[in-house]
Every structure is written in structure tokens, then in C-alpha cells.
Design a binder for this molecule. Structure first.
Ligand code: SF4
Length: 275
């Protein structure tokens, strides 16, 4: 069975936004937090761990370490033992301690509000930075591309890319900036509730008539179109330039450009496996 032919993604995008608003009006970040600092720590902990597990750990963790300074001053082993059940606890503790030290020493104890500054924190890559900026501060700097958003963007034919930063760039081109934060949450909700990794429920999916993958095997998207040709064209060259800027962590610009950006699992938490 092959993918259905539908209108181009740009023509389907407005209807997808409307359907996701109607289907998941309650879409929100599943990580429990009271401020951007707690969200940053919870997001670091969510790498390779479910949001449910993280939410079991963080209330006691934040009671014991209520501020960045408390984490920065923690004795060796203290953070590790408090977060052990989230897995990869040594590298996560290293990231948390390192990030909090930078926050205390360089930002006066406040979580920074720019992509550039967030990316300087140990253990923080674009996904975590976008979570903190979008959900913690209400700043739409880009798209959170986690495992669900990655899968849905491919199944829905919104991207042909595999690298998160390139998927993010395609999504930014397709959707208006003021929808980026909501759509990140809504796609994650849809991925957990309907377009499930191992068994997409196409028969009860509100996006079915807009989806080229309706009825296809669950893993068909992995065998989908290969990444775009490297053949140069002005548009592709511009996209590569924007992608490179994204990789360097600059803040995303207006729609279509990149300027000077639970149950869910992340991608790791150490410096070499930033999330
Ligand atoms: S139609 Fe099927 S593959 Fe497409 S978004 Fe819905 S559940 Fe996923």
C-alpha cells in the first residue's frame, strides 16, 4: 500500500491547525512545574524517561532543592540519589548541577530567556530550550521536536527530513508563529492518544482526510521519502543556511525563516546527548 496523494502540506496546514485545536483543546506540557526553573529541570530529567516517572520524582526533588543555588551547591551524590529512578542519573545530575551553576554565576539565579543563553547550559539543546521558552516563558522561539512530533510530522507529510533541527525548520515554514507552542503540545497529545507509534488509530483520527499515511503500516514513515537531494537550488541553499543558523542556536525569525531557535521520551541528557 502506498501513501495517498493529497494537497501540498502548505495547503493542508490551516486545516490541520483547526482540527488539532478542536481535537486537543486541552493540549499542554505534561511535566509538572511551577516556574521555568522547575520546567528546565523536569525537561532534563525527561530524557529517556516517561513524564509520569519524572512527575513522581520532582515534587520531593524541588522540596529538597528549591532554587538553582541549592542544586549548584548540592553535595556529590545528593542529586544523583534523588533522581536515580529517572535513569541515566549520573549524566542528568551532571547536567543539572552544571546548568544551575551557570544560571547562578552568569544569570543571577534566573533562567535565561533567550535561545542563545539556554543553549550554553550543560545538557540543554534546542528541544529543552524550546520547551522552556515556549511553555515556561510563552516565547515562541521554535518547535519542540520530540519523538512524537518527529513521527507525526513524517506521517502527516509535513517534512521529508530526519534531523530534528531540519524538521523544526519545515514546521516553522508551514505554521504561523503564534501556533508553534500549541502545535508542539497538540502533536504530542495526538501522538499519545491517536497516532500511536506502534498502532496508529486511523479509523478514529480527526486528521485522517488530511493525512497521506492513513491506513499505512505503523512503520511506513520510516521508509518514506529519502531526505531531499543535495542538488543546489536557491531555495535549498537558503534552507541550508537557515538550518545552519538554527544549529548554531540563534533565535528563530519570522514565519518561514530562521533568523539571528510525557510518556514521551527524550534523547539523552549529557553534553554529548543533549535534549
Ligand atoms: S490518519 Fe493515521 S497515520 Fe495519519 S495522523 Fe491519523 S492516526 Fe496518524
Amino acid at each position: 500500500m502506498s501513501a495517498r496523494t493529497l494537497k501540498p502540506a502548505a495547503e493542508r496546514a490551516p486545516a490541520l491547525v483547526a482540527r488539532l485545536h478542536a481535537s486537543h483543546p486541552d493540549a499542554h506540557c505534561a511535566l509538572l512545574h511551577r516556574n521555568a526553573f522547575e520546567l528546565l529541570i523536569a525537561t532534563i530529567l525527561s530524557a529517556q524517561c516517561t513524564d509520569v516517572r519524572v512527575n513522581l520524582v520532582t515534587p520531593a526533588l524541588f522540596a529538597r532543592f528549591p532554587s538553582p543555588k541549592d542544586f549548584a551547591d548540592a553535595k556529590p551524590g545528593e542529586i544523583e540519589s534523588a533522581i536515580r529512578s529517572t535513569g541515566f542519573y549520573n549524566s542528568k545530575a551532571r547536567s543539572i548541577r552544571g546548568a544551575c551553576r551557570v544560571i547562578v554565576e552568569k544569570h543571577g539565579g534566573e533562567v535565561p530567556r533567550t535561545m542563545e543563553a539556554l543553549l550554553e547550559l550543560p545538557g540543554v539543546a534546542r528541544k529543552t530550550a524550546n520547551v522552556v521558552l515556549g511553555t515556561g516563558f510563552g516565547i515562541a522561539s521554535g518547535f519542540v521536536v520530540d519523538t512524537h512530533v518527529h513521527r507525526l510530522a513524517r506521517r502527516l507529510g509535513l517534512t521529508r527530513e530526519s534531523a530534528p533541527e531540519k524538521i523544526e525548520l519545515d514546521l516553522q515554514r508551514l505554521f504561523p508563529r503564534d501556533e508553534w507552542v500549541f502545535l508542539g503540545h497538540a502533536l504530542i497529545f495526538h501522538g499519545r492518544r491517536v497516532c500511536i507509534a506502534r498502532a496508529p488509530a486511523c479509523d478514529r483520527c480527526a486528521l485522517a482526510d488530511l493525512c497521506p499515511s492513513k491506513g499505512l503500516p505503523a512503520d511506513a514513515w520510516k521508509r518514506g521519502p529519502k531526505p531531499r537531494s543535495s542538488k543546489r537550488s536557491p531555495t535549498r541553499a537558503a534552507a541550508r543556511g537557515a538550518s545552519a543558523r538554527l544549529s548554531r542556536g540563534r533565535t528563530a525569525g519570522p514565519r518561514g525563516r530562521a533568523g539571528s531557535r510525557g510518556g514521551s521520551r527524550g534523547s539523552g541528557s549529557s553534553r554529548s546527548r543533549r535534549a
